[in-house]
Write a protein that binds this ligand. Structure first.
Ligand SMILES: Nc1ncnc2c1ncn2[C@@H]1O[C@H](COP(=O)(O)OP(=O)(O)OP(=O)(O)O)[C@@H](O)[C@H]1O
Ligand SMILES: [Mg+2]
Length: 442
């Protein structure tokens, strides 16, 4: 029973010294670990700027959470420092995260505003896109010297800005009736989507990819050092037992070498310790954190990234994968989608709409389709896969607003699926009522 005369809040925190460094992208580390080679390529690509030559364009790519943005900011700061020392004119815009700009207008005006005083900033609308681009060229020309523009998550660049940024801008000084004469522009593009690179036209690829720097995933040893650094500033001294960092690092390396995931494990483990009233974070707390981390990430997507229809499509795809006797083909996914939409009192949309949802989920990396050629019978068919473990997805659905969308026997089916027995699982027996309930949604 809660004692009403006692305040249940705890005024002290024995575990965390500071939580902020563990939070998503809210902290710029002073040291960048294990990126010496990448940083030296970076420095080499931008060295020209320091001695007064034109900048190179740079393209940085690699999977999520491997230090692309962090290393870029670090290099940016060092470059600015050196340029000032050398008295070289240099203005660096960004990193600007393209994901936050839905239109070309917004993105370009954000860049223009980096040059302008607050009372002279461009309004949220009111000019044509061409005009704001002209403003940008004017500002760049006015600034003179070298101007570096860093576009982060450049695969999310608004489609109508693609050519302007990736092709026209880096060449603005080269063309005959050039808008830029006094200044030199360098573009730094960062992306975690390799398909984006492939999708670029050759002319754009060759401009942007003048210098390419690839960031690979970290291994467990590297992650130990990185996570150790964050642990030192985030936890009180002596709170972490010896196993915590190696365990978090090993788990993270096994997954995809994404530092953010490691940081989340540390935070979670610390929270479990605090909830237990423990004065140390133990191996057991860390294990518990790793067990829930995947589910939490998916749950987070249900809450923040997916629309209702996308979520239902995602759940239907997962069910189509784990159920016996069926491939996760669009027809089957649509049948399941319709039943679960009914089950949670949501109007199912048309089959054509479902294709759209699947495409959107695929673009966001939740599902992927495999193209199975039908051979002599001709035609192609798409079989869908989910990128996360179906068991984690089901666990997340249970905790989400969509729990009603799950059939009662989902756990039985999941067990068979996990033991790789899906195909030998007996098909519903027409005389057995319980079996008949399989994949009927009550
Ligand atoms: N080598 C490193 N040393 C110190 N901190 C690092 C290192 N690599 C990554 N981090 C930290 O890990 C987190 C994720 O890194 P970062 O944001 O640079 O990833 P990213 O490669 O840009 O990922 P995304 O493609 O998702 O944007 C950040 O908090 C960053 O500071
Ligand atoms: Mg980044």
């Amino acid at each position: 029973m809660v004692q009403t005369d006692e305040n249940p809040f705890d005024g002290t925190d024995e575990i965390f010294e500071a939580k902020q460094p563990l939070k998503k992208d809210s902290f710029d580390p002073e040291t960048i670990f294990h990126r010496d080679e990448e940083i030296s390529l970076y420095v080499n690509a931008l060295q020209d700027v320091v001695v007064g030559h034109d900048p190179n364009n740079v393209f940085v790519y690699g999977p999520t959470g491997v230090g692309k943005t962090a290393a870029t900011k670090w290099v940016r700061d060092k470059l600015l420092e050196k340029a000032e020392e050398q008295k070289v004119d240099l203005k660096i815009l960004g990193p600007v995260n393209c994901r936050n700009y839905k239109s070309s207008y917004r993105l370009v005006s954000r860049l223009v505003n980096e040059f302008r005083d607050p009372d002279d900033e461009l309004p949220k609308s009111g000019y044509s896109t061409d005009t704001v681009f002209e403003f940008l060229y004017e500002e760049i020309e006015g600034a003179g010297g070298n101007v570096l523009i860093i576009l982060d998550e450049i695969d999310n660049i608004p489609p109508d800005a693609r050519n302007d940024f990736l092709y026209d801008l880096p060449r603005a000084e080269a063309s005959e009736n050039a808008a830029i004469d006094e200044a030199c522009i360098g573009l730094i593009g960062i992306s975690n989507d390799l398909k984006f690179v492939d999708s670029l036209e050759p002319k754009v690829k060759s401009t942007l990819g003048e210098r390419e720097i690839k960031f690979g995933p970290y291994d467990a040893n590297e992650l130990r050092d990185i996570l150790g650094y964050y642990a030192d500033i985030s936890f009180h001294g002596g709170v972490l037992t010896d196993d915590v960092i190696p365990l978090a690092a090993a788990f993270t390396a096994q997954e995809r070498g994404d530092v953010r995931q490691g940081l989340k494990i540390l935070e979670k483990a610390g929270e479990y310790a605090r909830m237990d009233g423990s004065s140390t974070v133990t191996e057991e707390h860390t294990r518990r954190a790793t067990e829930t981390i995947e589910t939490d990430e998916i749950l987070d997507s249900f809450d923040n990234d997916l629309t209702r229809q996308q979520a239902l499509t995602y759940i239907a795809t997962t069910l189509a994968i784990i159920e016996p006797e069926h491939d996760a083909r669009t027809k089957r996914i649509y049948t399941l989608y319709s039943s679960i939409a009914d089950a949670i009192d949501s109007d199912p949309r048309s089959e054509r709409k479902l294709y759209e949802y699947l495409d959107q989920l695929s673009m966001q990396g939740f599902v992927r389709s495999e193209d199975h050629n039908q051979g002599r019978r001709g035609g192609r068919r798409f079989v869908y896969q989910v990128t996360d473990d179906p068991a984690d997805i089901v666990n997340a659905v249970v905790k989400s607003d969509y729990q009603e969308a799950l059939p009662n026997n989902v756990w039985t089916i999941l067990e068979h699926y996990k033991q790789d027995e899906a195909t030998s699982f007996e098909a519903p027996n027409p005389d057995d009522e319980a079996q008949q309930q399989i994949w009927k949604f009550t």
